[in-house]
Design a protein around this ligand. Structure first.
Ligand SMILES: Nc1ncnc2c1ncn2[C@@H]1O[C@H](COP(=O)(O)OP(=O)(O)O)[C@@H](O)[C@H]1O
Ligand SMILES: CC(=O)N[C@@H](CCC(=O)OP(=O)(O)O)C(=O)O
Length: 252
């Protein structure tokens, strides 16, 4: 089982070789689950609608108005565009959000500072197993729901990490707009908790890469391997991965 998180940074620039890589993984007999972001698209619509929004520690402060836009963009345009792209590239895909069959059960992180931003408390994976059994690639928008039906905006890196952990995935793959963790312009081929902490401390890792590596380290509690790869090129070919790899053994 492979969980692939597709970042909003690269959604509009996915190369044909990205889809070939996904197809090769499927053909090698692996189940694939995709979780997507969409931060830049949310930002553009909020701006067009003159709805103010700000980030607190890498998370978008989510008022009721912001939440409406987040749901419209992620569940609507982004999810269906990605599903459609997968299908035109020969991959059978079904889109759903964390609300469907209560897939992503969530609670607020801190209402006071973040509003309707949620964290996953439970992954109800039944629907995913059903879809996988029938040969579909589930494509998930990171919206969570609580027992009262309140929805939440969940950072896509953390949603993917929670799903990968719940499914005990063999691998969690972050697909983004860079070829991996970069240091002095070069891709770091293998990273460990120690080297990542050092790169965060000295500023090598910054911005959007921070929630990604944090989600990666968290996932490695129950996922064998995490990769950070580019969606603009081939990330997997004939058993070879391209990008930054992190392995579980290093952390136990
Ligand atoms: N050391 C680093 N290596 C690679 N990217 C980095 C690094 N530090 C910060 N970044 C930034 O992280 C970005 C990826 O995060 P983000 O834009 O949030 O992507 P996504 O939408 O795919 O989650 C890169 O485009 C880059 O600008
Ligand atoms: C709480 C929070 O910040 N949610 C994110 C959800 C989308 C996301 O994570 O998209 P990327 O993967 O493209 O960054 C947001 O509102 O932008």
């Amino acid at each position: 089982m492979i969980v692939i998180k597709c970042g909003g940074s690269v959604l509009h620039e996915l190369s044909p070789s990205f889809f070939t890589s996904v197809k090769q993984l499927r053909e090698s007999g692996l189940d694939v689950v995709i979780v997507h972001g969409g931060g830049p698209d949310i930002g553009h619509l909020l701006q067009a609608l003159n709805i103010p929004s700000e980030f607190v520690n890498g998370l978008r402060k989510t008022t009721k108005d912001v939440l409406d836009v987040v749901e419209m963009v992620l569940n609507g345009k982004v999810n269906k565009t990605l599903v459609s792209l997968l299908q035109t590239n020969g991959i059978r895909a079904v889109g759903l959000s964390g609300v469907d069959d209560r897939l992503l059960q969530a609670k607020p992180i801190d209402v006071q500072t973040l509003g309707y931003v949620g964290e996953v408390v439970h992954v109800h994976a039944k629907m995913l197993h059903m879809l996988l059994r029938h040969g579909y690639v589930p494509v998930i928008a990171p919206i969570g729901v609580d027992e009262r039906g309140q929805t939440y905006n969940i950072n896509a890196d953390t949603a993917a990490s929670a799903i990968a952990q719940a499914l005990s995935a063999d691998k969690l793959v972050f697909v983004t707009d860079v070829a991996g963790i970069l240091k002095n312009g070069e891709v770091v081929k293998e990273a460990t908790a120690q080297t990542i902490e050092a790169m965060m401390a000295d500023g090598t890792i910054s911005g959007g890469m921070i929630p990604k590596v944090k989600a990666a380290l968290h996932a490695l509690h129950s996922v064998q391997e995490v990769a950070i790869v580019s969606g603009k090129a081939s990330f997997y070919k004939e058993g070879t991965w391209h990008g930054t790899m992190m392995k579980k053994e290093v952390y136990v």
